[in-house]
Design a protein around this ligand. Structure first.
Ligand code: NAD
Length: 449
């Protein structure tokens, strides 16, 4: 971490934070020191933002695909030019380290995604062309998009919402999570160096502002990423405006390690599949089913990695795991692990907070010999604690994996590509990741269902 990143972050903060004495203090997730003041918009401020976005939309759409692409490519360049300052701010506010698959990685993903959106070809598609009919599918803007984001990957998920919306000619009003508003507002300020006025407006506020955004009569589409409970409320809120909805909600992704898999070659991928962003990732592996024949080896290999991966303040380049982002999430993880212990599950490593690192740090935790009906398995922990469940009957493992009413992602692990492909087909999930890594070959497949 360099001094220049710290000064770049301070300069970004100056551009977006509330005046002294106003707004809400935002803590550093690792040290709990106040790092800045987030503006807290009133519902009237949101109404004003939506009116401005609505007024700006026709001209933005009329610019045409080619010119919009050029502007979005320039916005991606602006993110890259400010990446170190943004990553520094993100690391402090969210807690994820600069290093590893964390803050710098997230900034790289933002500009890459925006470039992908900018260069996606949107030619009309001919659907039918015969003697009686010519039908084309054409791409048109919806109008004003409301983008509501979570706190775990706040920049990347915001860009997933903002990028395609702007590309199509929509204008966007983005409401970041109240836990991580500063880094999102800073990225929006950077993008606004090149975007026309009012095409992208960030409004930070509480849940009431989110609810108003979802129900506002001038909002044409809502893109939401967050918890299932809030997703349900957004469906209710949007009953009035009939806005189109894209909802990315919570998950509790299952992984299955099939018999005959070599634990030593998959252990590291398994670990990061579960612990990326210190477990605070929607599509992280949150429960792992391992066949009896390789169970002990997999548990031991995971525990050895978990016990050795450096955790701590994200500004220290040595660290690759950080704190839980907020107290509520820390309490969920602690409660679920305590419940598992009380039920007699075996904590192989971790299983407790790490107060010497800071208030919200929880040691990377592997819990073995745990029943499938334990709360740590059935509920989304969204933190650094992985339950590893033993199975001997493959059919039962699939029943358990498919037994919850969530299906965001899933993974299968095998040294045999055919077995992995068959297993992927049995997982009831939107996306299935399959690892068929062997000692001398890595193959990843992915299927959407
Ligand atoms: P959350 O649902 O508490 O909050 C998300 C956003 O919704 C915040 O900006 C919040 O202010 C806003 N909000 C709250 N109430 C609202 C309402 N009534 N109307 C409109 N907006 C409202 O979620 P979170 O705690 O920030 O994120 C964690 C959850 O998100 C986890 O369950 C995780 O699995 C899920 N998540 C899913 C994905 C995905 O792609 N599926 C990605 C990241 C996180």
């Amino acid at each position: 971490m360099s001094d220049s990143a710290a000064s770049a972050a301070a300069a970004l903060l100056d551009r977006i934070q509330a005046p002294e004495g106003a707004g809400r203090d935002i803590p550093d997730a690792a040290t709990r020191e106040v790092i800045g003041r987030a503006p807290v918009a009133a519902v009237e401020d949101l109404d004003d933002a939506i009116a401005r976005a609505k007024a700006a939309q026709p001209a933005w759409e009329a610019l045409g695909h080619e010119k919009r692409s050029a502007v979005l490519l320039a916005a991606a360049d602006a993110i890259d030019a400010n990446a170190e300052g943004l990553a520094y701010l993100l690391s402090r506010e969210q807690g994820k380290p600069l290093n590893g698959p964390n803050a710098r990685f997230e900034l790289g993903a933002c500009s890459a995604w925006l470039r992908t959106n900018a260069t996606t070809v949107l030619e009309p598609q001919v659907l039918v062309d015969d003697e009686t009919l010519h039908a084309e599918l054409v791409y048109k803007a919806a109008g004003v998009v409301g983008a509501i984001g979570p706190w775990n990957w706040p920049l990347m998920i915001s860009i997933w919402q903002i990028g395609p919306s702007l590309r199509m000619g929509n204008t966007v009003v983005a409401k970041p999570s109240e836990y991580t508003p500063l880094s999102v507002l800073a990225m929006i300020a950077v993008m606004n160096e090149v975007l026309p006025p009012d095409v992208l407006i960030g409004v930070s506020g509480d849940r009431e502002v989110g609810a108003r955004l979802a129900s506002h009569p001038d909002i044409d589409k809502i893109m939401f990423t967050g918890s299932t409970a809030t997703g349900r409320r957004i469906i209710e809120s949007s009953a009035g405006n009939l806005a189109r909805l894209t909802l990315e909600l919570g998950g509790n992704d299952a992984g299955i390690v099939l018999p005959g898999t070599d634990p030593s070659v998959i252990a590291e991928d398994l670990f990061w599949g579960a612990f990326i962003n210190t477990g605070q990732t929607c599509a992280a592996m949150k429960r792992l089913y391992v066949h009896d024949s390789v169970y002990d080896e997999v548990v031991d290999a995971l525990a050895a990695i978990a016990a050795s991966v450096p955790m701590g303040n994200g500004l220290d380049e040595n660290n690759v795991l950080g704190p839980l982002q907020n107290r509520a999430q820390f309490d969920i993880v602690s409660r679920l692990v305590d419940d598992a212990k009380a039920r007699g599950a075996r904590v192989v490593t971790g299983g407790e907070s790490a107060p010497e690192l800071g208030e919200l740090f929880y040691r990377p935790t592997i819990v073995a010999d745990i029943d499938n009906d334990a709360a740590l398995v059935q509920e989304e922990q969204f933190g650094p604690a992985l339950p590893v469940i033993r199975y001997s009957d493959v059919d039962e493992a699939f029943d358990w994996a498919n037994g919850l009413d969530v299906g965001l992602g899933a993974s299968v692990w095998s040294s045999d590509p055919e077995a992995a492909r068959d297993a992927a087909g049995r997982m009831q999930s939107g996306t299935v990741y399959g690892s068929t890594r062997t000692a001398d070959c890595t193959r990843w497949c992915r299927s959407a269902g």
